[in-house]
Design a protein around this ligand. Structure first.
Ligand SMILES: [Zn+2]
Ligand SMILES: [Zn+2]
Length: 324
């Protein structure tokens, strides 16, 4: 436990510092990834794309705009956390030697497991009718996400996510390094989940060990079919609560099979030019991608969200259509 420290001095300067730091990370890291996959080397990554179509500019603008609104809110909660830390009202400790490295590693594991559980249930709450209509629809206005969507959420939703860190810091002794690792872990998944491209190998979702990890396709399915895959990094909560999509393996398999087919060199490569196959992005395969994980389309704008209570153990694979 620590007392007043100049590093955690809340105030306007610290708030502006938080916002500038957020923007730098947001536009440098997420913007860089977006440029790399969607603009600079777009054609190289076509086989890896989960959905056939590219995200629209309107969706990208929506993702950035609401991420900025969210940042303004989380800046305030961060200042509140600073205040608690300065007053010595948290269990934060600054010297690793106080508790040792094994404890620090354990606190990281606990922090990640706790946040994963928090996000699952917070996300389920967001999918109840009222919360979805008034809050979470901001995130689901995007059906073909890009990394910019990692922080695209209603400010109230951002508050409910940040509430976890108040509990963690008050209840569990954590070192700033552990906090950094926990936050960084979920920052990375925000990117992975909204990447829009699948890089995991075929069979990943059926592997005895890796099947517990959510892939980009898992969260992409959440954006296109909604009533499934509420988990963050891991899917044990989805499995326990029956919110894994029944076509999860098939969808992932179709995405990775199509990817392998598109990357396969044309057999006719050595044949005379007139006999060569069309370029490695035949329209038919691109359309297949759309069939694998197609966006809900314009209907999502007028959707009425299904309450979580109606999920049952077999979420509807056409949940969005059913709501439209
Ligand atoms: Zn959702
Ligand atoms: Zn999302």
């Amino acid at each position: 436990m620590i007392g007043p420290d100049p590093f955690f001095e809340p105030g306007l300067a610290a708030y502006l510092n938080y916002c500038v730091g957020f923007c730098l990370r947001y536009f440098a890291v997420l913007g860089g990834i977006y440029w790399f996959f969607h603009l600079g080397f777009r054609r190289s990554w076509l086989p890896y794309r989960i959905q056939a179509s590219a995200p629209s500019r309107g969706e990208v603008a929506h993702e950035i705009r609401w991420s900025m609104y969210s940042m303004l809110t989380t800046g305030v909660t961060t200042m509140l956390l600073y205040g608690l830390i300065r007053n010595g009202d948290t269990s934060l400790y600054l010297s690793v030697e106080d508790r040792g490295w094994p404890y620090l590693l354990l606190s990281i594991a606990l922090g990640i497991a706790g946040y994963d559980a928090w996000i699952y249930w917070q996300h389920r709450l967001m999918h109840t009718s009222w919360c979805f209509r008034h809050i979470h629809s901001v995130h689901h206005a995007v059906t073909n996400p890009t990394p910019f969507a990692a922080f695209c959420r209603h400010p109230i939703e951002a508050l409910t996510e940040h509430a976890y860190f108040f509990l963690l810091l008050v209840l569990v002794p954590v070192h700033p390094l552990a906090m950094l690792a926990i936050v960084g872990f979920f920052f990375v998944y925000g990117i992975v989940g909204h990447l829009g491209f699948e890089f995991c190998p075929q069979g990943f979702t059926r592997h005895p060990l890796f099947q517990w990890i959510n892939t980009s396709t898992h969260h992409n399915m959440h954006h296109t079919r909604e009533a499934c895959h509420f988990g963050n990094w891991f899917n044990h909560w989805d499995r326990m609560m029956g919110t894994i999509h029944p076509e999860c393996h098939e969808t992932f398999g179709a995405v990775t099979t199509r990817r392998a087919a598109m990357r396969r060199p044309p057999l006719e490569a050595a044949a005379p030019a007139p006999m060569r196959r069309a370029p490695a992005e035949p329209p038919g395969e691109a359309q297949e991608a759309g069939a694998v994980c197609a966006p809900a389309g314009a209907a999502h704008e007028a959707r009425v969200q299904r309450p979580v209570g109606s999920l049952g153990s077999q979420p509807s694979p056409r949940g969005t259509a059913a709501r439209a």
